[in-house]
Ligand binder design. Structure first.
Ligand code: SF4
Length: 296
């Protein structure tokens, strides 16, 4: 449970539980608070009240060096420096044994490739010339995993990769979930990817969770007007659209000037006077399926 209210009134009083060994995705337009959420959950952003616990440990109370043993973050562009693969991995765990280094590189399917080069001493060139984008992302994932975290926040981890490589990296994340029992919070804007990989899905709008449930339920029976708007915008080729006949008015408002009542009321085609006065709370609309809308 936490509340983040630093400069903007977003992510206020959110309580979430992520079941172990599951893949939970959060979607929403730019500015909806997904990356702020990632920052809070990885304790990079400590400007909140409340607590974030991983396996019972409150990560807001532990030192940075201990953090990676519980959780870590993968982004779309893992920062790697010009140096050997080994040096890049030791950045996360300086005292790692050779076996540990080789183990994670094997897990991300890079060890055989490296052995054909100079092994762990293969140098990453600054502009990445000797490694493909997918291979660099795999090194970033290996570095994230070497501390054996339980929880991984993956913030748009494939958005910078070629389409041909995206499926490989997603499959790798899924394999690691099964083999290492990882729990992922996956932040994305590409709903087709989210549909493929998630167990549960949360939809965010201006720092609030407006709908949450298991993937099948949300994709077959979205109930919140904003979720329907998001799904209606997904391009489909030769398939029935996920949702038809709904569109939002205008643009997402500035988080510094939020509408009174429901934050979606300025854009929602079903808004009533009550919506403009009273903020709806997230509640269960059917077992395991939560939504925040006065119409439900
Ligand atoms: Fe639309 Fe009202 Fe529901 Fe908000 S509470 S999503 S404005 S119908």
């Amino acid at each position: 449970h936490f509340a983040y209210e630093k400069d903007r009134e977003i992510l206020k009083g959110i309580t979430m539980n992520f079941p172990a060994n599951s893949f939970i995705s959060f979607v929403g337009e730019s500015g909806c608070g997904k990356s702020t959420l990632a920052g809070i959950l990885t304790a990079r952003n400590r400007g909140y009240s409340g607590s974030v616990k991983v396996g019972g440990v409150d990560i807001s109370q532990i030192r940075e060096e201990e953090l990676m043993a519980h959780m870590t973050k993968i982004t779309h562009n893992s920062y790697l420096f010009a140096g050997t693969v080994e040096e890049n991995l030791r950045m996360a765990k300086p005292d790692a044994t050779r076996e540990e280094l080789e183990y994670v590189l094997e897990k991300v399917n890079l060890l055989a490739f490296l052995k054909e080069q100079d092994g762990l001493q293969t140098v990453l060139l600054e502009k990445g010339g000797n490694f493909s984008g997918g291979q660099r992302q795999r090194i970033g994932i290996a570095r994230a995993l070497i501390m054996e975290p339980e929880f991984v926040v993956a913030d748009e981890p494939i958005s910078a990769l070629d389409v041909s490589i995206r499926a490989q990296v997603l499959n790798l994340l899924n394999q690691l979930k099964a083999s290492r029992g990882l729990t992922y919070l996956f932040i994305a804007h590409d709903l087709s990817v989210v549909r493929h990989i998630s167990d549960r899905l949360g939809v965010m709008y201006l720092g609030s969770i407006v709908e949450m449930g298991d993937k099948h339920t949300l994709f077959t029976n979205p109930v919140h007007p904003y979720t329907k708007v998001l799904f209606a915008a997904v391009p489909t080729v030769g398939e029935k659209p996920l949702v038809q006949g709904i569109d939002a008015k205008g643009e997402i408002p500035s988080p510094v000037n939020l509408p009174k009542g429901c934050y979606f009321s300025d854009r929602c085609p079903y808004a009533t006077d009550r919506c403009r006065q009273e903020k709806p709370v997230l509640r269960e609309v059917e077992p395991g399926h939560m939504a925040a809308c006065h119409l439900l």
